[in-house]
Every structure is written in C-alpha cells, then in structure tokens.
Design a protein around this ligand. Structure first.
Ligand code: SAM
Ligand code: SF4
Ligand code: SF4
Length: 401
C-alpha cells in the first residue's frame, strides 16, 4: 500500500507493494563512505582536492539532528514548482501529467518560514530544484530571502532553458552555485531526448551562466545507446567553459517509466571507458564529503564526477531532505510516504510545532531507497504509470532531483 501522509492524518492509497523497502538493517556511522573501488583506480595515486578546506569549519557547535541510522539532517532540496518546459525521456516520458493546483504551492514567505525551521534543525545546504525551478515566477526574490540565512551552500539545479535570462539576477540575489543539466551536445538528440527543439538556447545559457558562476557543474544522465558515445565530447565542452561534468547513472526513480537495467551505464564501465581513452583515472579523496558525486581526475588534470545512485548507491551518507512545491516533506528520493507541512503551517502552527513535526519524521528515518533497489532481483520500473497518476508526489519532477 502507498502510505501518503497529509498533515497528521495518514491516508492509505491504491494497492501497491512497497513492503520490501521498509525493513532495513541499521548502519553504523563508521561504515560511512566506504564505496567499492573501481578496477582501474590506483589507490596510491589519490590526490586531495585543492579546493577543500583543511578543517571543517564548525560554525555553531550544536548537536545535529540525526536519523535512526545516525545520519544528520544537513541538506534540503526545495522544489519550487512541478512544472517543466522539457520532457526528458528519463524523467517525464509520458504525454499527460497531474499537476499541483496553483493554490497549493507555498508562497515565498511560507517557503522562507519553512526553510527557517530546517535551518534551525541543522540544515546548512539548500538546493532549489523542480520541475524546472526557473519557471517559478520571481525566483530571484526567493533566492534573496534564502541568501540571508547562515548557509554553507545555496545552489540551483536547472535545465538551462531560461538561464541566459536569469543568471545575472540570480547572481545578484546571492545564489552561490549552479548545476545545469546537459545530456547531449547534439541538437537532434536533444530534441529526441527532451521533445523540445531548444538546444541552441540551452547552450547559449550555459555559456553565459558559466562565466557568472565559476565552477558550474554540468550534469549528464548517461543512457546506453542514447548518449553514451558523448562522454569525451561532454568532458571537452566542460573543460572549454571551465565547468566540471558529472555523469549520472540512469535511475529508476518515480517518473522513470521507461527505465530498463540494460540502459544503465554503471560507474565501473564509465571509468573503464575513460581509462581506455585517457589513461588511469585518479579518485579524489574528499574526507567528510556527503556529496552524491564521486570525483575523479583524468591524467591531464581535468576533473569530473560520477553519481552512481543505481549501481553503487551512497545512502549511508545521505543527509538530504526534500520538500515539494506544495510543502510535502520527503526523507528519500524513493520514499513513498511524505509529511504534508503546508496544512499545519497555514493553520498557524508555531515554528516550534513545525520543528517538532520535522524532527519526529527525521529521527524515525530509516530510508535507504537506492540501496534497497540494488537488492531487487530482475529490477524493472519502480512505480507504474497508473500509481504515479494516482499519487503524483511520487514523481521525481515533484520532489526534485
Ligand atoms: N529541471 C531541472 C533539471 O533538469 O536540471 C531540475 C530538476 S531535475 C528532476 C534534477 C536532476 O534530476 C537533473 O539533473 C536530471 O537529469 C536528474 N534526473 C531526472 N530523472 C532522472 C533519472 N531517471 N535518472 C537520473 N537522473 C535523473
Ligand atoms: Fe528534464 Fe528536469 Fe524537466 Fe525532469 S524536471 S523533465 S529532468 S528538465
Ligand atoms: Fe538518500 Fe534516498 Fe537517495 Fe539513498 S536513495 S541517497 S537515502 S535520497
């Protein structure tokens, strides 16, 4: 059964078996960050990331809120809209979607208050996402509000369609980092992958934005037989504009209704291919990092990342919470139950009451969604279309990637 929580009332939805995802063994903190090595990596050649600080700057000594597996709440992904101006094959391949009613969306003032609740509980990294976040009207105004908070990071993930226009206003509003999704350098392939003929516009946007946001990351979902022949061109393009490319394994998250395991290009294979082409690839050590990407250096010094959520997931380090544009709090990308925070907020719950709701949910958290998916034999689509229609919050484009 899908368990979907609205406010304090638990509502049971249509029949669908997620039972296997519930009982997870308890992880110890000490098990953290022991990802398997890829065969072509030479541990002797690990190099420290020169951009990392030598010490983790402890801003305020407060006890972090930890979940049932010992993972702190540090990072919040805020989806500001579920609308999108692309229809990526791996995210929104269907013709029809159920959209959130506009009145349900949190106003900026509400979002700001809700973010304060999370910040008070220990969140110090915020990423705005969607849907396509730049479709949310006046987004720089929200960024301006968030930029005033005591954060280590304030970032945005966008598909680049509107970034040429918004890069300047976002920068002025205080946005610190930008990730732009770019799966192909080929216009015809872009059309095939996204159903929009706007490749040139995205490329113009990336070129403009990467000048304003040094260190912009380019995120590419790599699919076998679709764009896996573009590893080298993408790396070359990234280098030409000073952007780091991150290859993302195709995930079977909600919304990926065409997912097939054969289409996934595993991290191991990506590294093998790059090693064959460029020579030994060096893993970069980032002690204490909970970032989803593992980072590597090519022999010529170029850096790139791999997000191996499908074949070698990293749930044991996961400090990420998500809220949807209508204020539903999810503790995992694969979670099937969320906690609706909009209703208590609109009913006048105090910050303390809101914090207690979030705290209760986070301390009970045992999610290891991607790790549990690895254990599934004959893995196929995670959530069927019919269930997504009935429970649209299960879509990736609702809760943000
Ligand atoms: N619309 C924005 C964008 O595309 O950058 C932000 C939202 S999108 C859901 C966030 C990220 O999720 C994108 O980088 C996208 O490539 C990634 N994503 C979506 N579906 C995915 C899937 N099935 N597997 C892996 N990554 C996926
Ligand atoms: Fe593509 Fe992002 Fe839109 Fe999903 S939300 S269809 S990944 S652009
Ligand atoms: Fe975190 Fe869930 Fe992703 Fe694992 S699957 S890394 S627990 S969001």
């Amino acid at each position: 059964m899908v368990a979907y929580t609205r406010g304090l009332t638990r509502v049971r939805g249509a029949a669908f078996d997620f039972a296997q995802a519930r009982e997870a063994p308890r992880l110890r903190r000490s098990e953290s960050k022991s990802r398997p090595e890829s065969p072509s990596l030479n541990p002797e050649s690990r190099i420290p990331d020169p951009r990392l600080p030598l010490h983790d700057p402890c801003i305020i000594c407060r006890m972090p809120l930890v979940d049932a597996l010992g993972r702190p709440l540090r990072s919040l992904r805020v989806s500001v809209t579920d609308r999108c101006n692309l229809r990526c094959e791996y995210c929104m391949p269907e013709q029809e979607y159920v959209w959130l009613p506009r009145d349900d969306l949190l106003h900026f003032e509400e979002l700001n208050r809700l973010v304060d609740v999370f910040v008070d509980l220990g969140v110090d990294k915020i990423r705005l996402t969607g849907g396509e976040p730049l479709l949310r009207r006046d987004l720089p105004q929200l960024v301006e509000l968030l930029a005033e908070k005591p954060l280590k990071d304030l970032a945005l993930t966008t598909n680049g369609m509107l970034i040429e226009e918004f890069a300047g206003p976002l920068k002025r509003a205080g946005l610190r980092r930008l990730n732009i999704s770019l799966d192909t350098l080929q216009p015809a392939r872009f059309l095939q992958l996204t159903r929009q003929n706007d490749h040139a516009r995205v490329m113009r946007g990336i070129n403009a934005a990467s000048r304003l946001f040094p260190g912009t990351k380019l995120d590419a979902v790599i699919m076998r037989g679709v764009n896996d022949d573009e590893l080298e061109p993408l790396l070359d393009y990234g280098a030409s504009i000073g952007a780091e490319v991150r290859f993302i394994e195709y995930m079977d998250v909600g919304g990926a209704t065409r997912w097939r395991s054969e289409t996934v290009v595993p991290r191991r294979e990506l590294i093998e291919r790059l090693t064959t082409r460029f020579g030994a690839v060096t893993a970069i050590e980032e002690p204490g990092s909970t970032a989803p990407a593992d980072r590597y250096a090519l022999p010529d010094g170029r850096l790139f990342g791999i997000i191996s959520s499908t074949t070698e997931p990293f749930c044991r380090d996961c400090d990420r919470a998500r809220i949807t544009a209508d204020g539903v709090f999810f503790t995992c990308l694969y979670a099937t139950d969320g906690l609706a925070l909009r209703e208590p907020m609109r009913q006048g719950a105090s910050p303390k009451t809101m914090a207690a709701l979030v705290e209760e949910r986070w301390t009970a958290r045992r999610d290891r969604g991607a790790e549990e998916r690895v254990e599934v034999r004959d893995r196929t689509v995670y959530i069927p279309v019919a269930t997504l229609r009935e429970h649209p919050h299960l879509e990736m484009h609702k809760r943000g990637g």
